[in-house]
Design a protein around this ligand. Structure first.
Ligand SMILES: [Zn+2]
Length: 156
């Protein structure tokens, strides 16, 4: 094992990718090689810093995501905060019901009017027929009139 192999093993170890058993080889080399020990410290520091930053970045990212969610919630919240008052819905419903009832009444009253007109028409026809019969009776009972030079004679 030369120092280049060990440097590779150091990064594998710090990434938790070094196979078990190989760490003995690594640490036995590190105990005898100052340069690799320094390399280990250096890489360890870098790794630690990277992890810290990653955690911080992810933490900040989480915060930003959370904030954006909160902001998104705020926008519809404005609409939810001012809902249409319930009485408006009630009034609208009442108006619709009244319009429906009114149109229903209009139709039924129209039908009633039509029936009334028909009834009156029938009555009128009956009356006319009755009067016509009466007239016939009267006319038949009136003696015929003959116009002559003589005084009017009534013929039965
Ligand atoms: Zn070495």
């Amino acid at each position: 094992m030369n120092c280049e192999d060990i440097k590779l093993m150091i990064s594998e170890y710090l990434d938790d990718e070094l196979p078990k058993g190989k760490d003995i080889i690594l640490f036995s080399h590190l105990s005898g090689c100052t340069e690799c020990r320094e390399e280990f410290k250096h890489q360890n520091l870098i790794q630690h810093t990277v992890r810290l930053n990653r955690r911080e970045v992810s933490g900040r990212l989480e915060q930003r995501i959370f904030n954006s969610i909160q902001e998104e919630k705020k926008i519809p919240a404005k609409w939810i905060a001012r809902p249409v008052p319930a009485y408006v819905n009630y009034i609208l419903g009442l108006i619709i019901v009244m319009i429906t009832l009114f149109s229903f009444l209009q139709v039924s009253s129209l039908r009633y009017d039509l029936n009334d007109i028909r009834a009156r028409y029938d009555t009128a026809i009956d009356r006319i027929q009755y009067q016509s019969r009466q007239m016939d009776l009267i006319m038949n009972n009136v003696p015929a009139v003959r116009i002559t030079g003589q005084p009017v004679k009534i013929i039965n």
